[in-house]
Design a protein around this ligand. Structure first.
Ligand code: PGA
Length: 280
């Protein structure tokens, strides 16, 4: 029996400029050229200003590109925002391609509700819900990030927080579009230089809660939604995390920003998953 499909991606946040992004992508593409996208889905989410060059620099479609945010409206008085139409435009000039391939050649993913959007820039669940609906309707894969703060964890309301973020974030999503929905569980207290990685058991429990909530929201389709863990993923915890049945992938920050290191982390995780598969 084939193992589950695995997802490995990184959000470059506000770190790499155009040149660095293009060089990173070219290294990562070369290093991971032998990985089959049917079984291992790789993705990178660069800054907005790097996106056009990132799109043009890719040699193949094994690696998907995403945007770090998106407005829910197509146009309007939204200074500083980027519309779904603007993201869809990227890649249009590449070659004469069928409209069906456009999304794969350009930007395929929009990341919504990252902790820094919620907690530094004040995005609410209601705003994120509008963005999720717009992202799905515009043909993107939506990567919705959820996670509790340290305060919420200390209050003992992590589960409630996650359920609220999921039930409000996914309210009224168009039926039949959950096939383009991915979820990243990223406890806020585990993210970034001051973060403490969640224990594997903690991550597993929260993934199970998220999986059950997705089932409540989307029925059996909810079982198919890829569920990624993020927050201080590093070479010493990646293998154990990916071995959890409820973890379909890893959303990696700092440990992915050197292409060789990310390639090594991915290979080690794939190897562990394949080994476990052989033994079961
Ligand atoms: P980190 O970032 O791996 O550097 O903690 C994770 C994230 O913000 O997605």
């Amino acid at each position: 029996m084939p193992g589950k499909k695995l997802y490995f991606g990184t959000n470059l946040k506000m770190y790499k400029g155009i040149r660095e992004t293009v060089s990173y992508l070219s290294q990562l593409e070369q290093l991971t050229a032998d990985m089959d996208p049917e079984t291992v889905q790789l993705f990178v989410i660069p800054s907005y200003t790097s996106l056009p060059d990132a799109v043009r620099s890719l040699r193949h479609k094994r690696l998907l590109l995403g945007a770090q945010n998106m407005c829910w409206e197509e146009k309007g008085q939204f200074t500083g925002e980027i519309s779904p139409l603007m993201l869809k435009e990227l890649g249009l000039d590449l070659v004469e391609i069928s409209p069906l391939m456009l999304q794969e050649l350009g930007i395929s993913i929009v990341e919504l509700g990252h902790s820094e959007r919620r907690h530094v820039f004040g995005e609410t669940n209601a705003m994120i819900n509008q963005k999720v609906i717009a992202g799905l309707k515009s043909g993107f894969t939506v990567l919705l990030c959820v996670g509790e703060t340290e305060e919420e964890k200390n209050w003992g309301i992590s589960d409630e927080t996650l359920r609220i973020q999921l039930k409000t974030g996914l309210k009224d999503i168009p039926p039949g579009l959950t096939g383009r929905l991915w979820i990243a569980y990223e406890p806020v207290w585990a993210i970034g230089i001051n973060g403490q990685p969640a224990s594997v058991e903690y991550a597993r429990d929260k993934h199970e809660l998220i999986r059950n909530t997705l089932y409540e929201i989307a029925g059996t389709d909810g079982r198919e939604i890829p569920l990624l863990y993020g927050g201080s993923v590093n070479p010493s915890n990646a293998d154990a995390l990916i071995l959890q049945p409820s973890v379909d992938g890893l959303f990696v920050g700092r440990s992915a920003w050197n292409a060789a290191d990310f390639n090594a982390l991915i290979r080690s995780a794939i190897h562990s998953a394949a080994y476990k598969q052989q033994c079961t």
